[in-house]
Write a protein that binds this ligand. Structure first.
Ligand code: GLU
Length: 288
């Protein structure tokens, strides 16, 4: 039987230790779930076998429990649900919206170095499909025939034309009012929808899982707001319900940079080892 309560989720990737920014997301989701008599779910986004590690996953459970959070079991782990993503991919393929892409990031970087002013996506990566000419059709056919691994990309122009104009409902963090936020998926170009090594990508897995888990409210950092355009498009193409979204302000470090594993932001683990308490973490994360 489906559960009519609002459902919130925290969806970390186990590719490093959680920091204060993660604590903020998790605590906000938990507080909103409590305030609305809703559910709080945890999802482990571990589709990348080269970067995700079991010890980081174990650390996520331990750090969240230390913060005093509790979540529904079983936890959904994306690596265990490849068949769900394959089915979604097949649906996009049946609509004629995906194509194979052999180009590596390095190939793309080399190609754009020679073309200054190349357009980039909201994350700063060079846009496809203008790069399709990097590889000739002959070479593509040859590689396909040789069984070389390839990624699948979404033909964005076709997908966006098929869907027509789309928007999502954004509940603003401070005002709490809901506004329509127009989706602009074309700003992303032909996104990778399945990677070479796994039949999915972040965009596809997040959309499939939010629907399968019955998520009604997605509350996550403002750095993911632009990606919601792609998510809204995929929901439409796959016939999935669209949750409500809140993209919360990010915590910044003393240099004004967003906290991140890649710049070595202090982990919850380090804070705890230095004697910081869960109540102080709530305070530092702006969730007291
Ligand atoms: N797994 C993503 C991350 O670690 C978050 C995905 C989401 O909240 O939609 O940044």
């Amino acid at each position: 039987m489906s559960d009519a309560r609002p459902a919130f989720r925290f969806a970390p990737s186990p590719n490093g230790l959680l920091h204060l920014g993660h604590a903020r997301s998790a605590l906000l989701n938990d507080a909103l779930a409590r305030a609305s008599g809703g559910r709080f779910l945890l999802r482990i986004e571990d589709i990348d076998p080269t970067r995700c590690r079991p010890d980081y996953e174990a650390a996520i459970y331990e750090d969240l429990a230390w913060l005093g959070l509790d979540w529904e079991r079983p936890v959904r782990r994306q690596s265990q649900h490849m068949e769900a993503y394959r089915a979604a991919l097949a649906r996009l393929d049946a609509l004629g919206l995906v194509y194979p892409s052999f180009e590596s990031r390095a190939d793309i970087r080399r190609a754009v170095e020679a073309r200054p002013g190349w357009p980039v996506d909201p994350d700063g990566a060079p846009l496809f499909p203008f790069l399709r000419d990097v590889m000739s059709d002959d070479e593509r056919e040859h590689r396909l025939a040789a069984g070389e691994p390839y990624a699948l990309r979404l033909d964005m122009a076709r997908a966006a034309a098929l869907a027509g104009p789309l928007a999502w409902r954004e509940i603003e963090e401070t005002a709490g009012t809901a506004v329509d936020s127009p989706a602009d998926p074309c700003a992303w170009g032909d996104v990778v929808i399945a990677r070479k090594e796994v039949p999915t990508s972040y965009h596809l897995a997040v959309v499939v899982d939010d629907a399968l888990q019955g998520i009604t409210h997605v509350v996550r950092g403002a750095d993911l707001k632009a990606a919601t355009s792609v998510h809204r498009l995929l929901q439409h193409l796959l016939g999935l319900p669209a949750p409500l979204y809140t993209h919360h302000a990010l915590l910044l470090d003393a240099q004004g940079r967003k906290l991140s594993k890649s710049i070595g932001s202090q982990s919850l683990r380090d804070l705890r080892a230095s004697g910081v308490t869960p109540a102080q973490v709530r305070d530092l994360a702006g969730c007291a």
